[in-house]
Design a protein around this ligand. Sequence first.
Ligand SMILES: [Zn+2]
Length: 98
Amino acid sequence: MSEWIVVILVILALIGLVIYKYRRQLQTGWVMWQTFRRLKQQMKPKQKSVETKSRSTDTQLVRCPKCNKWTPQEDSVKLKSNYFCSHACMEESLSFNK
Ligand SMILES: [Zn+2]
């Protein structure tokens, strides 16, 4: 049984040596593969538009009571029952109420 372990270790060492020898080629290959994948993703505008469409239906728009600007609920600042577009608007309305 121990012979198998030696054989596996030798094979692993050989693979390691090959990777070490061709590490530069492998690195450039990896970089090229990454660029290729990114290009491929950019080449699919149809799928992207579908994604953004489904996302826009999920996000609810809320109106800032201070400046009447519509902002997605997840980007807004909530105070009690009001949604503000930014912290600045929230603070302004607070100082206004005082
Ligand atoms: Zn605002």
